[in-house]
Design a binder for this molecule. Structure first.
Ligand code: ZN
Length: 375
């Protein structure tokens, strides 16, 4: 339209006023099918492509709103930790990177901890903000996960983590790596208290996050097409000297190979969570399908009467029961599988922690000896 705008004499243009430029973030290209997606339609579909079903990344706020009852939850304050204890600097100072990330994302850290109810059941959620330094896990994030686990214990609530992370935060060096065993130990407390621990793996879950608390869930749910893995493709291919399959780090591939229990579309995640928590805690669920099967709606309709609809609903209810019982057995099988995986992971983590403790002890003893000899 530039040529047309140029035809208008400047005096008239100033009278009419310059035309506002159309913001370019109204349309977004789908990475799956390359269709152009309008922002309002995307908001309605919770950032899922309405042509091909590709799951685009979703902000934490939007995600939590679709998960909690009535979209309401309480955000917990994040624990205070020392910022940049290593005084790290690469091309930029780490403190400046933090400031940048905070102003760009409008968030305080790469994690948000909230609590509320899903289907009337109490839950604590720790969700990662990928927009904040790639959702990387530093001391603040690790501390937040530990506190969130403690909160779940205190409230006798199910604990859900939603990783979306590039891994450990390199600017914090060893302090970020130590968060791996710390978070796993915190999760173990939740499990010892017989509370469900569920992980929702979203795009992307990689590095130190996928190598710690994100892989020790009682149940692992993944979003369709999510990238989940530890190291990048090139690194693995060079190490194992093999060409890897095209889709080897996707949610679907991991489901086939037993690392993920189910791949669930975004719109069904809440219902699935409510079902699982209901089954694991043997609690009755409000406003969802209960652990004992049968959609509550069919029950309602039966109570209302109407022979024909009643019969149909009964049938549907039976079908629902069958589906749910099938799901239940699947889930149970998955639980045992997952818990055995978790046990090995936890024992590994324990060994790592013990080793570390021993090493620090040794170092401390050495230091004291040195100072003693110097003195
Ligand atoms: Zn698409």
């Amino acid at each position: 339209m530039n040529w047309l705008a140029n035809l208008i004499p400047p005096r008239i243009r100033s009278f009419v006023g310059e035309q506002k430029e159309v913001p370019d973030n109204l349309w977004q290209k789908c990475p799956g099918c390359e269709a152009m997606l309008f922002h309002r339609d995307l908001a309605v579909s919770h950032n899922v492509c309405y042509h091909c079903g590709h799951h685009l990344r979703l902000s934490v706020k939007e995600r939590l709103e679709i998960m909690f009852d009535d979209g309401k939850y309480e955000e917990m304050p994040l624990p205070q930790v020392a910022h940049d204890p290593l005084k790290f600097k690469d091309r930029k100072r780490y403190v400046d990177r933090i400031k940048d990330a905070q102003s760009k994302s409008g968030l305080k850290e790469a994690i948000t901890v909230v609590c509320g109810t899903m289907g009337g059941l109490p839950v604590v959620v720790a969700a990662f903000n990928f927009n904040y330094m790639g959702g990387s896990m530093g001391a603040a994030v690790g501390e937040a996960i530990v506190r969130a686990a403690e909160l779940a214990l205190q409230k006798r609530a199910a604990f859900i983590t939603i990783p979306a992370s590039g891994g450990a935060r390199m600017q914090e060096g060893m302090l970020s790596l130590i968060q791996m065993p710390r978070t796993v130990a915190a999760i173990e407390l939740v499990k010892e208290a017989m509370l469900p621990y569920i992980v929702i793996l979203t795009d992307p879950t990689t590095g130190g996050v996928s190598a710690s608390f994100a892989m020790v869930g009682d149940i692992h749910i993944a979003e369709p097409g999510a990238m989940i893995g530890f190291a990048g493709r090139r690194v693995i291919e060079e190490t194992v000297r093999e060409v890897l399959p095209e889709d080897f780090q996707t949610a679907e591939y991991l489901l086939e190979h037993g690392m993920v229990d189910m791949v669930v579309p975004r719109k069904d995640i809440k219902e699935t969570l409510v079902n699982i928590i209901g089954i694991l805690t043997k609690q009755k669920v409000a406003g969802g399908s209960g652990p004992n099967g049968g959609k509550h709606k069919s029950g309602e309709n039966q109570a209302r009467g109407g022979k024909a609809t009643g019969k149909a609903m009964k049938k549907a209810g039976k079908r629902g029961k069958r589906v749910v019982s099938k799901k239940t057995t699947e889930v149970k099988a998955n639980i045992s599988k997952a818990s055995s995986q978790a046990r090995t992971a936890q024992s590994n983590a324990k060994v790592a922690v013990k080793k570390e403790a021993n090493e620090t002890k040794k170092a401390a003893v050495k230091d004291t000896k040195k100072t003693a000899s110097a003195g």
